[in-house]
Design a protein around this ligand. Structure first.
Ligand code: 2NL
Length: 343
């Protein structure tokens, strides 16, 4: 800075004005303040240089230097105010928080009740050495009916009447038994499998029946398998799923693919078997079962003179209804979150 030159003051002011206007935050303005007005700043140097001027120039130059200092100070202050206001405005726009807002508790996803039941069923049977088998949902008439002793004119075809595809030779499976027939075709005993899955029936829909439901069947084939093995397995299963206090009841039944055939029930968990509104007589039917018919073993390629087996089938939906006290089976397939949220 060359003292005494008025243009230098003008240059200094206009360059300070530009730089101050270009500063966008408080730190930049503070740096400019130090640079322009600080001890080593240009204005201070100009003021300091006044002493070297001839006396008659000192007063006017001093006045101009002071005026410059005051102008720069007010430019800095003005810009600082603007920058601070802008910062608050952008905070209000971008980072506002509604302190009256009450967030709902975090709601995490979870498994469908039928999946929960299926996982439990799989876990129970895996402890008994059973594996999971799967098969097609579109079946042929042989695996769905004929191999299970249900010939063309058998009345069971009517009760399980299904959705046929392609000139009546293919259909949506009416039970998962065909999965087990296929498994027997491909494996030698010992066999211990469960076959869970969706099955289809041409039923009128009501609270306990739908055209689509989920079941699982179990099949055990080995040497010397008897009815007592079946009974023990059902008891272990029912107590694992419903609780150790439960009793089981076995009654006679009939299925074309088992001989003898039985029905199994567990004692009601609400009234402990004395009879109440939900169970009526103290018992809840959970499955049909029996010793695999010798002809069915033969149809699966297994010699009934050497091996015997038991099988059973249960509705997963029904087990879930009993375990979770659900009154309408259709709720499991409607996917209404107000229902699903409860599990
Ligand atoms: C029920 C009754 C049952 C079977 C299913 C079966 C399978 C083969 C051979 C013999 Cl490969 N039996 N399955 C046996 C008895 C009953 O289901 O009420 N299901 C919902």
């Amino acid at each position: 800075m060359q003292q005494g030159k008025g243009e230098n003051f003008d240059d200094l002011l206009s360059s300070a004005r530009e730089r101050i206007a270009a500063a966008t935050d408080e730190a930049a303005l503070e740096r400019l303040r130090v640079e322009l007005l600080g001890k080593k700043g240009a204005v201070t140097a100009a003021l300091r240089g006044l002493g070297a001027l001839p006396p008659q120039e000192r007063a006017p130059m001093g006045a101009r230097a002071n005026a410059l200092k005051v102008q720069i100070e007010s430019l800095l202050t003005e810009r600082l105010t603007t920058v601070q206001e802008q910062r608050l405005e952008s905070l209000a726009a971008d980072e506002w928080a509604d302190i009256t807002f009450v967030p709902s508790l975090e709601r995490r996803g979870h498994l469908h009740p039928l999946t929960l039941i299926l996982r439990e069923v799989k876990a129970i049977f895996s402890r008994l050495g059973y594996e999971v088998a799967v098969g097609p949902q579109v079946e042929d008439v042989f695996h769905n009916f004929e191999a299970l002793n249900i010939p063309a004119e058998h009345p069971a075809r009517e009760t399980m009447d299904s959705f046929y595809i392609q000139d009546n030779s293919l259909l949506l499976r009416t039970h998962t038994s065909p999965v087990q027939i296929r498994f027997m075709e491909g494996h030698k005993p010992p066999i211990r499998i469960i076959a869970p899955g969706t099955v289809y029936r041409r039923d009128a829909t009501d609270p306990a029946h739908g055209s689509q439901f989920n079941q699982f069947e179990a099949l055990c084939v080995d040497r010397d398998i008897r009815l007592s093995d079946l009974k023990g397995t059902i008891e272990y299963f029912a107590r694992s799923l419903f609780g150790p206090e439960r009793k089981i009841r076995i009654i006679g039944d009939h299925f074309p693919f088992t001989e003898p055939s039985i029905g199994a029930a567990v004692s009601c968990g609400i009234c402990a078997g004395s009879g109440c509104r939900s169970c009526k007589n103290g018992w809840l039917e959970i499955m049909g079962a029996g010793m695999v018919h010798p002809q069915v073993l033969r149809n699966g390629g297994i010699d009934p003179e050497v091996y015997s087996g038991f099988a059973f089938g249960a509705g997963l939906d029904r087990l879930a209804m009993l375990k979770y006290n659900v009154a309408d089976l259709r709720l499991f397939l409607e996917n209404d979150v107000r229902f699903l949220r409860q599990f």
